[in-house]
Design a protein around this ligand. Sequence first.
Ligand code: CA
Length: 385
Amino acid sequence: MKITAIRSHLLGYELPEPLGYSQQMYRHRTAHLVEVTTDDGPTGWGECFGAGPVARANRTIVEEVIAPRLLGRDPLDREVLWHEVYNGLRDHGRGGMPLEALSGIDIALWDIAGKAAGMSLSRLLGGRFRDRVPVYGYGMMLRELPDLAGAFAEEAAALEAAGFRAVKMKVGRGVAEDVRLVEAVRHALRDSTRLMVDANHAYHTADAFAVGHALERLGVHWFEEPVVPEDLEGYRELRARLAVNIAGGETECTRWGWRRLLEGRCLSIAQPEVCALGGITEYAKVLALAHAHLTPVINHVWGSALAVAVNLQLLAAMPPVPGGLHPDEPMLEYDTTHNAFLTELAQEPLAIVEGVARHGHVDVPDRPGHGVTPDPEVLRRYALV
Ligand code: CA
């Protein structure tokens, strides 16, 4: 089997209302899918992290920098190909966009491997520890509203009513306002519903401690990206001195980036992003490294139904840490804001919302590969040139 073409598909549309997090407001939803075709084998699909102009730049890296190295090669040699590409690009970037681009291609190669073997990715990775996973609803994005706390409380209650037993909200409008937002959401939820808070590195360490102490008092389950990813010492201090779990790592790439975070004892919960850190080939190494440090992993998930499907497979194949009769199961992160690429793209629906409504969990598909084939009509309708 040989790789005959590697092509990016950029998709986008304008959101019904601008949404934001602590770093920016955005008006457009983007997705970047990668299609790898073979001469006499299956076609594979992957996805790259990165929105808007970043996706456009990543398309150039996929099609003009990485693809020429891989045409004519055996797609099943994914470990070999990964190292050739990484070694070739090392001098030009050991994280960020080159790794995001490589991630989408690597995921497509794993999809091909699964389809060629007639196995789902979870079985290809060594088998399924679980056939269903709990889901947490990510919503409560920042918006320009006079009563954001009231809107957040309503949205949180609606997510709970839809069956989510864990929800995540954004903060990043300053310490006092952020604490008010979290109080409003916490009081809108039942005590048994988990609440997570994501700052997208809005704070310096002193402000992160101020917010963190409020989150301890409010029983928040984790405090995500409190400080910038460069500030490993800040992470370490927060983790050592706060009772709330410190989560992070979504911007970190490769085993070498993760090694610093884990050996620095920076995180209570690791959140690797498979569509950015180097794809499934590298994710497996990052997972092993996290587990070597007995650090639980709850994958960061962003993007289309394809990224969700890949993560469902990874979560099914993830060993429990530390194990036992009643382990704390890894959750699937699921974007509940307006996202046509979650609801319209897959020819084989993942039935996330239906699963959550029924029992708060979602069943992990067991189709060959990651189990999602993008609908060609949807690719045409949302195509960005
Ligand atoms: Ca985040």
